[in-house]
Write a protein that binds this ligand. Structure first.
Ligand code: 5AD
Length: 329
């Protein structure tokens, strides 16, 4: 099963066969249980700056969006937020921002040192493409993981979406991260205007080729203040079913990977988080960004982490996941 061909993956993604769909989910769930167990790993994400020099055609915090209010958290505030997450029982913190050169290597190093001096949190950086020497210095300072999504494996589509650099550069950066001994996180968006099902099959196979440790896949969500908005006229498939298939295939082909139930999926589909966990996912990220900044980190609209019913605490999540017999770390 691990060696599914591109043709077979495309077949499954295009198929309307309900029995095949159920079998696929069962296989993915079994592989998930066998390789990564019943524990759901929870990560705290801190979105510490929404400044960005990039102009990605889909992203609400793109440099060209003049309508959003920008914010930056200072080093102390980031360290304090991480400390709070640690005290609340989290074991991992994901530090995410736009590509913001205000946080030069020195500042990022101070943040890593600050967090590591008061907690034993694992640190995941998600701060975009950086020079090899910087990546190396962050690793040596104590960063454990690095998240950088390839977004789409279709080089032409990638170039259209990312005026600042091509797919080749992104994949090169992923290779560098891996070579430095980080756990590498990547991911893709599903349902981008102009994206073929074949390229989604390539996305799933690429994770395996690059030996990706963490795979975050979410639906593309149209943001009105971006150029891609006018090209989006709905998904070409039932996004819930399609996402479950993508998740299941990703688990089957990458049995040991950590696969989050992404916020984007939960934002588009009511039961997205549970559906993802039943289709191979084993990670949940909870947003611990200070409330006053949260709404400003609007990479796409209607993020679930802004909703009142969102389980913000590990306790609430534990309660939710007990309904599907899953433990929370
Ligand atoms: N819809 C869905 N996901 C998006 N991201 C950015 N913009 C959007 C959007 N409009 C995702 C990308 C990025 C991550 C931080 O958020 O996958 O890597």
């Amino acid at each position: 099963m691990k060696n599914l061909s591109k043709e077979k993956i495309v077949d499954i993604l295009n198929s309307g066969d309900e029995k095949q769909f159920i079998t696929l989910l069962e296989i993915a769930d079994e592989i998930r249980r066998k390789y990564v167990g019943d524990m759901v790993f929870v990560r705290a994400i801190i979105e510490f700056s929404n400044f960005c020099t990039c102009n990605c055609a889909y992203c609400g915090i793109r440099a060209g969006n003049k309508k959003i209010q920008r914010y930056r958290m200072e080093i102390d505030e980031i360290v304090e937020t991480a400390l709070m997450a640690f005290k609340n029982g989290f074991g991992t913190v994901v530090l995410q921002s736009g590509e913001d050169s205000y946080y030069n290597a020195d500042k990022i190093i101070q943040i890593i040192k600050g967090i590591k001096s008061v907690t034993n949190l694992k640190i995941t950086l998600s701060i975009g493409e950086r020079e090899f020497d910087e990546l190396k210095a962050f690793k040596q300072t104590g960063a454990d993981r690095y998240l950088i999504k390839h977004e789409t494996s279709d080089a032409d589509l990638y170039a259209k979406l990312h005026p600042q650099g091509g797919l080749k550069k992104r994949l090169e950066c992923m290779k560098q991260i891996k070579s430095l001994g980080y756990e590498l996180g990547s991911g893709a968006m599903i349902g981008i205007p102009g994206q073929s099902v074949g390229s989604i099959a390539d996305d799933i196979l690429l994770f395996n080729e690059f030996d990706v440790d963490m795979i975050g896949i979410g639906p593309y969500i149209a943001h009105s203040e971006t150029p891609l908005f006018k090209e989006f006229s709905g998904y070409n498939y039932n996004i819930d079913i399609f996402m479950q298939k993508v998740m299941a295939l990703t688990r089957i082909i990458n049995p040991k990977a950590n696969i989050p139930a992404t916020t984007a999926y939960a934002s588009v589909v009511k039961n997205g988080r549970i559906n993802a966990l039943n289709a191979g996912a084993n990670v949940v990220m909870l947003n611990v960004t200070p409330q006053k900044y949260k709404a400003m980190y609007e990479i796409y609209p209607d993020k679930i982490c802004l909703a009142a019913q969102e389980p913000l605490t590990l306790e609430a999540l534990r309660f939710d996941l007990a309904t599907i017999s899953r433990l929370v770390q």
